[in-house]
Design a protein. Structure first.
Ligand code: ADP
Ligand code: G6P
Length: 472
């Protein structure tokens, strides 16, 4: 039996690749994705256990500790991977929670698998949590875990945090097993969201579906009260600032500009290749700017970094084909020999490379159709020590609540998107510097540690948990 911890994090994914080196060494390999980025920063030196899936199908493997963090892997079979991860989590919940920008699919078999796998995660957490421990369950994959865990271990303090948007009742009500999903989350002592609207949505749903007594801060059901609230997730600002200041990163940023042909303006986008990220709308806007001569190749270049994601899910495969077709068409029509209109890079980058890219960009284009937070926007701001650079940011990203000095845009409105891109490209340096300084000041006081402290001290009034993380 594994040693027990007083803080247990339960997330679908472990933060490491499934390829542990042949000598058994285990390196943090951050999975591209907001959850891993955020939790990596706060947990890499915390005395905690992380329960999660190590990728792939097959029996569980014992994994080495990472510093003081223990890893407990949960195994999935091939069928479970399809029904739970690719099916219910990423073909039903993910599209539904993101405004149904892609139609959600409902399959009764997937639900059964989701139940089985959630129970396995709950059992693993129950096994590694010491008496009275705090267990912090993450995201839409594991919505049933809080209630299951409470049944198994009533002694635990249970938190749940939803990294993605929590939808308005009219969307959530489409879910065939809506009441069970809601009850599952409400097994937690505290349910946290990215935006205040989500707390409002769950209160309405709990009243309507479960007959609970609810407002935007508490939900009382069957004599037990769950607290709710918004805790906007953030980034390790100090880490990004330190990376951006490293002489090799600064030199690399300069070198990248040269490699891109010293254009007057560089536009940059960095996304997981996901239909929620608005990549196609962005490409349409860029194509029209080129067509109308408002943007010229050689003068301006767009760098689109798009790391492949969930590649066995049909909607992700077809999205990738469409994007690659469109990038090819734009480059074919508007590029010149040695001068593509768009540099398209479909690969993971390490943090230093990302920091160099952020520094090279004149305009960072972050235009998701819907996004829980969007950490890329925050990383860009943190990387801009000199106050230059413009951020074009979708109103539909959680980050827009905080970074309202960005050039905010509705990405569905292609004309508006084109105008906003042009405004950002032509903005006065003094205007940009003012905007950037305000955004940087906000981030300095709202970094990832502040997020964890805020959440954990709300979960645990004694402050014991938050203090433990702060000692890292
Ligand atoms: P999501 O969680 O939907 O993927 P976020 O913007 O919140 O979106 O988080 C994405 C995270 O993944 C960021 O920390 C970003 O730096 C990282 N990331 C995105 N693209 C890449 C890439 N090509 N290589 C490495 N990391 C990436
Ligand atoms: C989003 C989700 C995370 C997820 C990440 C990457 O950030 O909120 O839970 O881990 O995307 O997706 P993946 O399916 O590769 O884990």
């Amino acid at each position: 039996m594994m040693r027990q911890s007083s803080l247990v994090v339960v997330a679908n994914r472990l933060p490491l690749d499934d390829n542990v080196a042949p000598d058994g060494a285990c390196e943090w390999r951050r999975n591209p994705g907001g959850l891993a980025s955020a939790l990596h920063s706060i947990l890499r030196q915390a005395p905690a256990t992380w329960v999660g899936w190590a990728g792939g199908a097959g029996p569980p493997r014992p994994l080495p500790d990472i510093g003081t963090l223990r890893l407990r892997s949960v195994a999935l079979t091939e069928d479970e991977l399809r029904g739970y991860y690719e099916g219910f989590a990423n073909s039903t919940l993910w599209p539904l929670y993101h405004d149904a920008v892609e139609p959600p699919l409902f399959d009764r078999g997937w639900w059964e698998t989701y139940l089985v796998v959630n129970r396995r995660f709950a059992e693993a957490a129950a096994e590694v949590a010491e008496q009275g421990a705090a267990v912090w369950v993450q995201d839409y994959h594991l919505q049933l875990v809080p209630e299951m865990l409470r049944q198994m271990r009533p002694d635990l303090l249970i938190g749940f945090f939803m990294h993605v948007p929590f939808p308005p009742p009219e969307l959530f009500m489409q879910l065939p097993r809506r009441a069970e999903l809601l009850r599952g989350m409400l097994g937690a002592d505290l349910v946290g969201f990215q935006r205040p609207q989500a707390a409002h949505n769950i209160a309405q749903l709990a009243t309507k579906l479960l007959g609970a007594q609810a407002n935007d801060r508490t939900i009382t059901l069957g004599g037990r009260t769950t607290r709710t609230g918004a805790f906007p997730v953030s980034i390790d600002v100090a880490e990004m600032q330190a990376l951006a200041a490293r002489p090799d990163v600064v030199a690399h940023a300069r070198e990248l500009r040269g490699l891109l042909g010293q254009p007057r303006r560089i536009l940059l986008s960095v996304d997981r290749l996901d239909y929620t990220k608005g990549i196609e709308h962005r490409l349409t806007a860029y194509r029209e700017l080129l067509r109308d001569g408002l943007v010229k190749v050689r003068d301006t270049v767009l760098v689109q970094v798009a790391v492949p994601s969930r590649e066995r899910v049909e909607s992700y495969r077809t999205l990738r084909d469409r994007i690659e077709g469109e990038v090819g068409r734009i480059n074919g029509e508007y590029g010149r020999v040695g001068e593509p209109a768009i540099h398209y890079l479909i690969q993971p980058f390490d943090r230093a490379e990302l920091a160099a890219l952020y520094q090279t960009a004149d305009v960072m284009v972050v235009t998701p159709l819907r996004d829980g937070m969007n950490l890329v926007a925050k990383e860009f701001v943190a990387a801009r020590e000199d106050g230059s650079g413009a951020l074009v940011l979708s109103e539909f990203a959680g980050a827009a609540d905080e970074l309202n000095d960005a050039f905010l845009v509705n990405p569905h409105d292609v004309e508006g998107l084109k105008d906003t891109l042009l405004r950002a490209m032509e903005a006065e340096p003094a205007d940009l510097a003012t905007r950037m300084e305000r955004m940087r000041a906000h981030l300095r006081s709202h970094d990832i540690m502040a997020w964890a402290r805020d959440y954990l001290s709300t979960l645990d009034h004694t402050g014991r948990l938050a203090e433990r993380l702060a000692r890292r």
